[in-house]
Design a binder for this molecule. Structure first.
Ligand SMILES: [Fe+2]
Ligand SMILES: [Fe+2]
Length: 167
């Protein structure tokens, strides 16, 4: 969790990341908490299966995979195809605000596979793709998802997290 919060803190500087706290992803989970959870579970998956991976790229890609920066529940007409279009929107925003590696780009662009037909071309992309599906399902059916992660953020990392939200 330390490394996820560390990357989150770095990415929060001079970016729009903090806005993701205001947007709902699934159920009562914000986009920001969703991406923190996806990063956290991506590491868990990689370590459980003993997969070699680039940690920084995996975490940053996971944290930015839904960096589309709008509320997809706002009823706008174009939101009907949000599932298909938001990876490219997130990638455009992330490319504008950060210096991305090719792996990070692949993670963001392909995370909706198989809905978007081109599969990831790196291990990190597959891992985030899987973690995202798991987290999305979990958030849809679970009230106050990630209570433990949230408590940890609020407890151990309260000052850092507050800073991230305030930047
Ligand atoms: Fe997404
Ligand atoms: Fe996602």
């Amino acid at each position: 969790m330390n490394s996820v919060l560390y990357c989150l803190h770095n990415l929060s500087q001079k970016s729009h990341l903090r806005r993701m706290e205001k947007f709902t992803q699934h159920g009562d989970t914000s986009c920001l908490l969703h991406t923190i959870a996806v990063a956290y579970y991506s590491i868990k998956i990689a370590e459980f299966f003993g997969i070699k991976y680039k940690k920084r790229d995996l975490i940053r890609g996971a944290l930015l995979h839904d960096y589309f920066l709008y509320d997809w529940h706002d009823g706008e007409k174009e939101r009907r195809i949000h599932g298909f279009t938001h990876p490219m929107t997130a990638l455009r925003n992330a490319d504008r605000d950060f210096d991305l590696t090719d792996t990070e780009r692949d993670i963001i662009k392909k995370h909706m596979f198989p809905l978007t037909v081109i599969p990831p071309t790196c291990r990190e992309g597959w891992i985030v793709c899987l973690a995202d599906k798991y987290c999305s399902l979990y958030e849809t059916f679970k009230k106050e998802a990630y209570r433990k992660i949230n408590t940890k953020i609020m407890g151990d990392y309260a000052e850092l997290y507050k800073e991230i939200q305030m930047i």
